[in-house]
Design a binder for this molecule. Structure first.
Ligand code: FE
Length: 204
């Protein structure tokens, strides 16, 4: 299995001033690519090397799980943002958010609480459950909603490396900037197959 990191869908300075070019440079080139390199070393010559990232997330443990999941999570994270994003969704997606959360404001409050409240390093997610309902959850370290049979629709990385250069310890300001200026609703729609998928997060 060839594991890959898709090219960034925008220039490294395109998320500024909300996420600066230096953060994107370090996060993408060092952290994200570091997980890919470690995973490749860990699976070399082992049966795991034949499994997709999703299969590794569902079945592996220890270092192989950590690096496979972090690779997938970061692939998904970059697509969860776009320059000029954020704010309320439109059309069918707005209807689904209202149906699941009551209102966009309630979604925003829940997502921010999950992201800000995640203790230590981890992720916050918008997910779709088996019955089609959307919900918000968080995960520790490298954990991913696929382990709980939830379909990821959107994620924010709340490891300190994602925001420390831009916001120091003020995670809440980073989360608010993500929600109000970066969130890529087109990506959410494509994951719900409400819209064509220009690019999907695929590491394999
Ligand atoms: Fe990260």
């Amino acid at each position: 299995m060839k594991y890959e990191i898709p090219p960034l869908p925008y220039p490294k300075n395109a998320l500024a001033p909300h996420i600066g070019a230096e953060t994107v440079e370090l996060h993408y080139e060092k952290h994200h690519k570091g997980y890919l390199e470690k995973l490749q070393k860990l699976v070399r010559g082992k049966p795991e090397a034949e499994r997709s990232l999703e299969a590794l997330i569902r079945s592996a443990s220890g270092e192989i799980f950590n690096n496979a999941a972090q690779l997938w999570n970061h692939n998904f994270y970059w697509l969860s943002m776009k320059p000029g994003g954020g704010g309320e969704p439109s059309a069918e997606l707005a209807r689904q958010i209202e149906e699941s959360f009551g209102s966009y404001r309630d979604f925003r409050t829940q997502f921010a609480a999950a992201a800000v409240g995640e203790f230590g390093s981890g992720w916050a997610w918008l997910v779709k459950g088996a019955r089609g309902r959307l919900s918000v959850c968080s995960s520790d370290d490298a954990d991913n909603p696929l382990q709980r049979d939830l379909m990821p629709l959107l994620t924010i990385d709340v490891w300190e490396h994602a925001y420390y250069l831009d916001y120091r310890n003020e995670r809440k300001r980073y989360v608010e900037a993500f929600l109000d200026h970066l969130l890529n609703w087109d990506f959410v729609a494509s994951n719900l197959t409400l819209a064509p998928a220009p690019e999907r997060a695929r590491g394999s």
